[in-house]
Design a protein around this ligand. Structure first.
Ligand code: EPZ
Length: 413
């Protein structure tokens, strides 16, 4: 399957954002901490979430979905994650911490690297070891054994996934834990809020220093998945790239301030409490110099979006990707097929562009695929975008949603 995109339409109208993939996956990981029912509202119906639910179900959980509400309950009957499911998504790693905390053991096949990088898990494993857990890393599989005890541990890098796993690992530990240099992404703060609702004694929500006093058990809770800031940025990028005018609603502008600042400097942008208005009359000369970094700085997940925006500009934009070692080259090559002039040297891309024309494109990862769709909507002529299974991992009906704004994009088998 591929998208057929006939570029040139100005996107206009209002579009609502749905729940964040990277929040939902972390919260689903935390359901391993209790047999009680966890109810998640605004939970996006995307492939990664479906596969995470499949994994939890295969290990014993009872899962159900009613629209955008997902319910998970029951004990795990197995702490061996089936390889066929666990390797479908990287998010499966997020069951590690909760499973070790609750069952003191887990055997988890690991998906390994992906298109954007090698994706090691050393920060997860060193943190679990600091909590007294024995970690056997066999490369394509990790086994953990032992009940976590409290510890004072500093992450060598503010890894989102490692922070999430370690928070889940210490909430049932004997004693107090202080976890330092935690990631402070909104999705991590949401997990911290869910854990508190489940009965965890956790201080420092949203900060890089979290103090947890272990408790004997956690109970059920109900929680709203936060809006997807990357989807919000994707829609805003599509409106900006096509010189359109629109409103992206049901989002939290506070979660994408670094990206919004880039747009506010170049377009007519109005920011409200839970929506953003944007009107774009012409492409800017460039997007300056962008350096990706942990929150609240410019997110790596929005890098491919801004590369596509910059490919529509005649001036020079510099993009430095600091998080993942292979997240620039593929889209640079694809956009150059559309008439852009992008060179990549190490982790720095120099982007020049202008009037893009349609081409046959291939998505290799989730956010890169969204970037290619945006470029194709802005280009003149027809483009084909293959590899949309990557896009479906994190976007709900991207073609349908962009069509609702007037984009000429449809799915072809
Ligand atoms: C999360 O991945 C997101 N995924 C990613 O989104 C996002 O790009 C990333 O955070 C950074 O914001 C989910 O939340 C499911 P990291 P994660 O651990 O947790 C290195 C998307 O498209 N590292 O913060 O894997 C790592 O290689 C995805 O939605 C280690 O070296 O990211 C990378 O260079 C893509 N050792 C950097 O840290 C470790 O043990 C950031 O990784 C862990 C990470």
């Amino acid at each position: 399957m591929e998208y057929i995109i006939n570029g040139g339409n100005k996107l206009r109208g209002e579009i609502a954002v749905y729940g964040a993939k990277n929040c939902a996956l972390a919260l689903l990981g935390a359901t391993t901490l209790t047999p009680d029912e966890i109810i998640l509202h605004n939970c996006p119906d995307i492939a990664d979430v479906a596969n995470m639910l499949k994994l939890l179900s295969a290990m014993g959980k009872t899962v159900s979905r009613d629209g955008n509400t997902v319910c998970i309950k029951g004990e795990l009957v197995s702490t061996c994650a089936p390889r066929s499911i666990a390797t479908l998504l990287r998010g499966s790693a997020l069951i590690l911490g909760g499973t070790v905390a609750k069952y003191n053991q887990i055997a988890l096949p690991l998906p390994g690297g992906c298109a954007i990088g090698s994706r090691p898990m050393d920060i997860h494993f060193r943190g679990l070891e600091a909590l007294g857990v024995k970690v056997l890393d066999a490369g394509d599989m990790v086994s953990c054994l032992g009940k976590p005890h409290g510890a004072d541990h500093t992450l060598r890098f503010a890894s989102v996934g490692a922070t999430e796993n370690l928070l889940c690992a210490c909430v049932l530990a004997d004693g107090q834990s202080v976890i330092r240099n935690c990631a402070i992404e909104p999705e991590v703060a949401a997990l911290e809020q869910l854990l508190i609702k489940m009965g965890a004694q956790l201080d420092g929500v949203g900060t890089d220093r979290i103090v947890v006093n272990g408790v004997r058990s956690l109970h059920g809770a109900e929680f709203d998945v936060i809006p997807d800031r990357i989807v919000a940025a994707t829609y805003l990028s599509a409106i900006a790239a096509t010189l359109g005018e629109g409103v992206v609603s049901n989002c939290n502008p506070d979660h994408l301030r670094a990206f919004l600042q880039l747009l506010q400097e170049r377009f007519d942008v109005k920011v409200y409490e839970n929506k953003v208005y944007l009107r774009s009359d012409k492409h800017p000369s460039d997007y300056g110099t962008i350096v990706t970094a942990p929150y609240p700085l410019f997110p790596t997940d929005m890098q491919s979006l801004v590369m596509s925006l910059a490919a529509c500009c005649s001036g020079e934009t510099i993009i430095c990707e600091q998080l993942f070692e292979n997240r620039l080259t593929h889209n640079a090559e694809q956009l150059n097929k559309m008439g852009a002039h992008i060179t990549v040297n190490g982790n720095v891309a120099t982007v020049r562009g202008g009037d893009l024309h349609g081409a046959n494109l291939a998505a290799k990862d989730l956010r890169g695929g969204a970037g290619l769709v945006i470029a194709a909507l802005a280009a003149s002529g027809q483009s084909r975008v293959g590899g949309i299974e990557h896009i479906n991992r994190g976007y709900v009906d991207l073609a349908g949603n962009l069509s609702s704004l007037g984009g000429n994009i449809y799915l072809q088998n």
